[in-house]
Write a protein that binds this ligand. Structure first.
Ligand code: 8YV
Length: 313
């Protein structure tokens, strides 16, 4: 039987599918003492770590599992797995690309409309009976805005294609791509030419804190920031200051620096719309992601090529 370390909760169906493939250790439910005791006895049983993109696999854990063959990520981000260490230890790493692209892009559009049209407040306004006493303050128009996308990978491109129906689209990244959107070599230059800046790049040392005070000031007091990538790409302290001082108009966020903890400054700001990292969280996409996690584990067990490796065995 394959021993699988499960590092975070999954859907019932994914958990059931994992359980059919081996002995599953629910690592996230063990405290430090239990983890150490378990490792002392069983470290060399573990062949698979199953984890979320936002959790990854700590290097200290990966290097304590001598027979580990696969880190199967239920997500597209691999920023929390040290790929060099994985390669060095002969550990394969897989993700669930493509199947979540549409949902993440859809949520980005939803956040833009929610933020500019103030939908969370509109909903409260009706429920709390405030409508009986007057009208909601006016929102801001979405159509015709200039949209800037930081990172035109699969998700960024899907966001761009949707936003093209609303207004002009530009993007920044490491290289220009053969797309009908204007390219900017850096995020500050993109922000200067954008009304809405959407962060869709992969998290990496190169993009850590990329959206800093200078980029936010380039976006300016009428500009909006959307983040569906990773909290680490945005300097959250700089963002909170810019929001508090009205140096940008608002921010809609699905991801944060220290999930699931969200800072008081972001929670209490009247300029934010906040979601709990739900961009890929639909029944359809989570089911497709689960299928890919399982397909990778099955391929490993069968000694077949892995369907979606970031690091191949
Ligand atoms: C998930 C993600 O929320 O794809 C990613 O990298 O962060 C999200 O899709 C997460 O991985 C769920 O486990």
């Amino acid at each position: 039987m394959t021993t699988i370390l499960q590092l975070c909760p999954f859907s019932d169906s994914l958990e059931a599918a994992l359980a059919r493939r081996g002995t599953v250790i629910r690592w996230h439910e063990l405290d430090d003492a239990l983890r150490s005791a378990w490792l002392a006895e069983h470290a060399s049983d573990v062949r698979v770590v199953a984890t979320g993109g936002h959790i990854g696999c700590p290097t200290s854990l990966m290097t304590r599992l001598p027979k580990l063959a696969l880190v199967a990520i239920n997500g597209v981000g691999y920023d929390r797995v040290d790929l060099e260490v994985a390669r060095h230890h002969g550990v394969a790493v897989t993700t669930t690309p493509d199947v979540l692209t549409d949902d993440v892009a859809d949520l980005a559009i939803g956040l833009i409309i929610a933020l500019l049209r103030d939908l969370p407040r509109a909903d409260r306004f009706v429920r709390e009976g405030a409508w009986l006493a007057g009208n909601l303050p006016l929102g801001r128009r979405v159509s015709g805005r200039r949209f800037g996308i930081v990172g035109l990978g699969r998700i960024g491109k899907a966001i761009a294609d949707r936003l093209a129906a609303f207004g002009p689209v530009a993007y920044s990244g490491t290289t220009a791509k053969p797309v009908p959107y204007a390219f900017h070599a850096d995020a500050a230059s993109l922000a200067r030419d954008s009304d809405v800046l959407i962060v869709a790049c992969a998290a990496s040392p190169a993009t850590q804190g990329l959206i800093d005070a200078a980029v936010l000031d380039a976006l300016g007091p009428d500009g909006y920031l959307i983040n569906v990538a990773r909290g680490s790409v945005v300097d959250e302290v700089a963002l909170s200051q810019a929001l508090a001082e009205g140096r940008i108009a608002g921010a809609a966020l699905d991801v944060y620096a220290d999930e699931p903890r969200v800072t008081e400054a972001l929670i209490t700001s009247a300029r934010t719309v906040l979601a709990p990292h739900i961009a890929s969280a639909t029944v359809e996409t989570r089911s497709a992601m689960a299928d890919l996690v399982i397909a990778n584990i099955d391929a490993l067990i069968a000694g077949q090529p892995l369907p979606t490796p970031v690091v191949a065995p």
